[in-house]
Design a protein around this ligand. Structure first.
Ligand code: PRP
Ligand code: ADE
Length: 177
């Protein structure tokens, strides 16, 4: 079984959560099994160790992007910066609002989290409409950083997010569709 199929076999679908009609792709089984967790993290580590793709810093999206993003940054010997839902970061922030598959949200980033010109890997667990990742890209760019690539475990192409992000100039790397 290839890596994508192996990971896909460990993603659980929960119907009608958190709202009727949503097929929720639950990645927690990937984290729970240590062997699977290692395969998952190593898939990203191998990609971003390569010269040319190596970022200066990893930025993770609230909340599940923190889990994989922080471990990945540690493995790559890089720092990690959190992009949080509104009202959680204590210091001066930049903000961006966006629509979700099931609601709307505002995300924030500390104003000194990245430096102008830094090459940032932006990571989350999943891309649906692309709104969250696009908001993250805009926040990082407000601070003058360059988003090298957007990465996620899962892409849901039928929700249009992949296309939307590419149309907005973001290269993407996902492991499972
Ligand atoms: C989920 C998921 C992504 C986002 C993807 O997070 O973890 O961050 O939705 O959707 P999009 O591509 O349509 O923006 P959610 O907002 O549910 O928050 P959580 O991680 O805090 O549960
Ligand atoms: N975020 C937005 N849509 C989602 C879905 N269908 N499954 C998991 N996370 C999501």
């Amino acid at each position: 079984m290839d890596t994508s199929a192996y990971l896909k076999a460990h993603i659980r679908t929960v119907p009608d959560w958190p709202a009727p009609g949503v097929q929720f792709r639950d990645i927690t089984p990937l984290l729970q099994d240590p062997k699977v967790f290692r395969v998952l993290i190593d898939a990203f580590v191998h990609r971003y160790m390569v010269r040319g793709l190596r970022p200066d810093v990893v930025a993770g999206l609230d909340a599940r992007g923190f889990i994989i993003g922080a471990v990945l940054a540690y493995e790559l010997g890089l720092g990690f910066v959190p992009i949080r839902k509104k009202g959680k970061l204590p210091y001066t922030t930049v903000q961006e609002s966006y629509e979700l598959e099931y609601g709307s949200a505002t995300v924030e980033l500390h104003a000194d989290a990245v430096q102008a010109g830094e090459r940032v890997l932006l990571i989350d667990d999943l891309i649906a409409t692309g709104g969250t990742m696009l908001a993250g890209k805009r926040l990082l760019e407000k601070l003058g950083a360059h988003v090298l690539e957007g990465a996620a475990i899962v892409a849901l192409p039928s929700l249009g997010g992949m296309q939307r992000l590419r149309d907005n100039g973001l290269a993407l790397h996902t492991l499972v569709e």
